[in-house]
Design a protein. Structure first.
Length: 294
């Protein structure tokens, strides 16, 4: 049985850990509110932009004539993996690692075996993990330190340039989609080549009349790069909100577990203390009886 001093030290240690997890939970909750507001504002904008692009595509005959829509044989793949900069968020980061590994195993096994899979790691955890396993593109390990559209735009433009120049035949994003504090879903979405919008056929048959200036084609060519950058920025914002939700949940569970452990340790401490007192009493009684017998 552990000594009283050892149990006391463990109680103090667990109490300190519990205070830290409580503080981290509160910090994550504060950051989550801001991150949730950001993604809730971004979603309608991204959907509206995609809707406008679908409308224009439908009015131009349903075909997207763009260098970003070129369908090629998939020989070289770029996977954009979005994680966090820090851990202590439960399975948040490991789910992305598993998602990317499953994607390579199930969909891009031939390309991975040939060494034709490159990872753009957004977030320090992704950079640390994939940097030791696969070729990487760019350095975006600390995007969340100063999260902004301009920072993500640089990453999006590098991926777009790689596709346009023929360095990659397909670009795929893997990220955590934010649903609520307790639920984050790993999403795999194709960024390039562009997938024709489902709404294009419906819009093409509608009786909507537009006045275009300068022309439909030029407007589409302007909107497509912007839409791609917004898609990646939205994925990063989704991941940011998911991270804080996952960390808040993980720290809440850690705090509860620390409370349960404290109860067990205090019970052990009281039992050990009672056993020590009983032993001392027995020793005193035994000594007194020995003196009386002598």
């Amino acid at each position: 049985m552990a000594s009283l001093k050892e149990v006391r030290n463990r109680i103090v240690s667990v109490q300190s850990t519990q205070q830290i997890t409580k503080a981290m939970k509160m910090v994550a909750a504060a950051k989550l509110r801001r991150a949730q507001d950001n993604i809730l504002r971004m979603r309608p904008y991204a959907q509206r932009l995609n809707g406008i692009l679908a409308n224009l595509t439908g009015l131009t005959g349903g075909e997207m004539v763009s260098e970003y829509a070129e369908q090629r044989e998939v020989r070289r793949v770029l996977v954009i993996a979005v994680t966090s900069d820090r851990g202590l968020a439960g399975a948040f980061n490991s789910n992305i690692f598993k998602g990317v590994n499953a994607l390579l195993r199930e969909q891009y096994a031939a390309q991975a075996a040939a060494g034709n899979v490159t990872v753009m790691a957004i977030g320090r955890k992704a950079q640390d993990y994939f940097g030791r396993r696969l070729p990487t593109l760019g350095s975006y390990g600390h995007v969340f330190t100063q999260l902004s559209f301009d920072t993500v735009r640089v990453a999006a433009e590098q991926a777009m340039d790689g596709f346009r120049n023929g360095d990659f035949d397909q670009v795929v994003m893997v990220y955590n989609e934010f649903r609520n504090v307790a639920t984050q879903i790993v999403r795999t979405e194709q960024l390039l080549p562009l997938v024709p919008a489902e709404a294009a056929e419906e819009v093409a048959t509608s009786n909507v009349d537009y006045i275009f200036e300068p022309s439909k084609e030029e407007i589409v060519q302007t909107l497509i790069p912007q839409s791609l950058k917004i898609q990646l920025y939205k994925a990063v914002l989704e991941s940011n909100a998911s991270e804080h939700g996952a960390r808040m949940t993980a720290m809440d569970k850690a705090t509860d577990n620390a409370g349960e452990l404290l109860k067990s340790l205090k019970l052990t401490y009281n039992r050990t203390r009672q056993a020590a007192i009983t032993t001392e009493i027995l020793e005193i009684v035994g000594g007194a009886e020995a003196l009386a017998a002598g």
